[in-house]
Design a protein around this ligand. Sequence first.
Ligand code: PMV
Length: 364
Amino acid sequence: MTEQQFILNPDSYRDIAETIEKGKITWESPSNIALVKYWGKKKDQIPENPSVSFTLSNCKTITTLSFTKKTNDLVFSFDVFLDNERKDDFKPKIETFFNRIELYSPFLKDYHFKIETTNTFPHSSGIASSASGMSALALCLMSLEKQLVGAMDESYFNKKASFLARLGSGSACRSIEGDVVVWGTHKDIEGSSDLYGVKYPSKIHENFQNYQDTILLVDKGEKQVSSTVGHDLMHNHPYALERFKHANDNISELISIFRSGDLNAFISLIESEALTLHAMMMTSMPYFILMKPNTLEIINRIWTFRKKTGLHVGFTLDAGANVHVLYPEKESEPVIEFINNELVAYIENAQYIVDKIGLGAKQL
Ligand code: PMV
């Protein structure tokens, strides 16, 4: 699909819109963790390379959008609440989002919105809420659009929700569906697009069913470099072109791993991806390091444990110090025991979140 196909003509809903004065819509939307990373973008969150993620299950945002028709349709009007507390500091980001999507959601100035949101994961845990938060808001807006136009097929709904979420925060477009999502055009994945995320269309071996992701909260502080700045530093980066090619090659490899169920190959691939992401940060100008000493301590302990036990435990990293420990469901017991015995010493307040692959967002 093209951008043009997501443009909504106000004439197509004017009559129904007359009758919709107010309403309330709630969606819960999960976070996601990239296996092959997106790092570097063109204008409007068009990724420099495709990425593939696991949709998560327990880490999610729940957003209620209440809307009331207003008479003045010249400006956006909305209030934002996090955990029932007014959050005026969230407004500029949402205003920017509304400006970017107005062409595709031209009804935004017809209503006053109350946006109430809450996250299931602890506030300032270092877990980015932008993916789950932006996708939840995009889904609420799509439900309103669906009411205005009368009917909409599910595939268009999901694609446009993902398309809008992308304009809010790139990786948010991978949080609409589960359980594995691809965003960015890849030669071997039919239907893949730079504009939105799609459910991975091919066979996935049963080894990946209910795959576990336990997130170790190493550092809950504010990130020293935002992902926006990080993406920008991929422009004129000496290794950028190689990296973008490498990500494409890694996706081809991941396709064959998903087919064969080869967990050792899977671990090598995701760990290499995580370290490559951080290597890009360390080799940009200016350079920066988001891992902390405890991140490295945990990685080394995972490697030693894996060597000793032969269990299929591996890690990936986001743009931060937290460690996502990935392992198959049937190895959960010894891995959780290992986390409790050996890794909790390296995480803030012994706090970790047991999560797993999930099925995508849900309307409540
Ligand atoms: O969606 P953004 O702009 O916050 O970028 C996310 C980038 C990574 O989390 C580091 C990688 C990814 O693909 O999610």
